[in-house]
Write a protein that binds this ligand. Structure first.
Ligand code: KIV
Length: 294
């Protein structure tokens, strides 16, 4: 990418800031909207970017202001917001609702939404129809799709429709039952299949390949085999970007964490302490005080 992005010629909506997004200098992300070519620049220049999931307005705002380059409206909203045991039950309508909240709150990050289970597998046409809804109603900038080389035609159809696609290979949670549960994929001889999947999807036009729970050596082989940036979750340090589910990263979710999670805060403890202090005040009659009373 050689030329800087121009101001939107037809206006950019009531809440838009006038400054156009400049192309990022080496090692930095742009001041304006992060675009898919900025992620490619990161790969080309050997720099890295961060991605977090977000499902609501405040998390999206906080992460956007913190400089997270990519926000993923993951179908992990099923487990992390809606209380399901897996990602499978979440619907396209539910994904659109979460996507809309995140997209409206994020002024800088690239917002990517998952195509949920059942919304793309039947045909490339079905995938285009579902993705159009995610962009048109959910206001996201790109979609993420689970699956290997068998979905290359679907990626081609989406790209033809002007929809950027992030491919998701390795452990694909929507196939949990077919894969026999949460298991590292691409060990030993199976490594080549992950590489082949990634190459087929990148060749079909995916702008990025995300890998979940694969050995670092497999992720490195994928990263070497594709020109596009790679993103890892449980895929070692060799990818262009990393992603975590935000409730894991910030310590909101209780219970055992996956090996690949690093917890950066204790939000669950902070919230529980705040809730207990509030309840103590209410029971003691010290809240509301005069300063909270009309
Ligand atoms: O839905 C999600 O949160 C994901 C990440 C685990 C990559 O797909």
């Amino acid at each position: 990418m050689t030329s800087a992005e121009l101001p939107a010629p037809y206006g950019a909506g009531a809440g838009s800031t006038p400054a156009p997004a400049a192309d990022a200098p080496a090692g930095a992300t742009p001041a304006g909207r992060v675009r898919i070519h900025h992620l490619q620049q990161a790969k080309d220049q050997g720099t890295r970017f961060a991605m977090l999931t977000a499902y609501d307005q405040y998390a999206a705002q906080v992460f956007d202001e913190a400089g997270i380059e990519v926000l993923l409206v993951g179908d992990s909203a099923a487990n992390n917001v809606l209380g399901h045991a897996t990602t499978l039950p979440i619907t396209l309508d539910e994904m659109i609702l979460f996507s809309r909240a995140v997209s409206r709150a994020a002024s800088r990050a690239l917002v990517v939404a998952d195509l949920p289970f059942g919304s793309y597998e039947v045909s490339p046409e079905q995938a285009v129809e579902s993705s159009v809804r995610l962009l048109k109603e959910g206001l996201v900038h790109a979609v993420k799709m689970e699956g290997g080389a068998a979905y290359a035609d679907t990626v081609r159809a989406l790209v033809r429709a002007g929809i950027p696609v992030m491919a998701h290979v390795g452990f694909t949670p929507q196939s949990e039952h077919a894969l026999g549960g949460y298991r590292v994929q691409g060990r030993g001889e199976a490594s080549q299949r992950i590489v082949d999947d990634a190459v087929a999807l990148a060749d079909a036009g995916a702008f990025c390949v995300l890998m979940e729970m694969v050995p670092a050596a497999t992720a490195d082989a994928v990263d070497a085999a594709v020109r596009v940036p790679t993103i890892g979750i449980g895929a070692g340090p060799g990818t262009t970007g990393q992603v975590l589910v935000w409730q894991d990263m910030a310590g909101l979710r209780g219970g055992r964490q996956a090996r690949f999670v690093k917890q950066y805060a204790e939000v669950r403890t902070v919230l529980a302490d705040a809730a207990r202090a509030y309840a103590d005040d209410v029971r003691a009659g010290t809240f509301p005080g005069p300063e909270h009373t009309f």
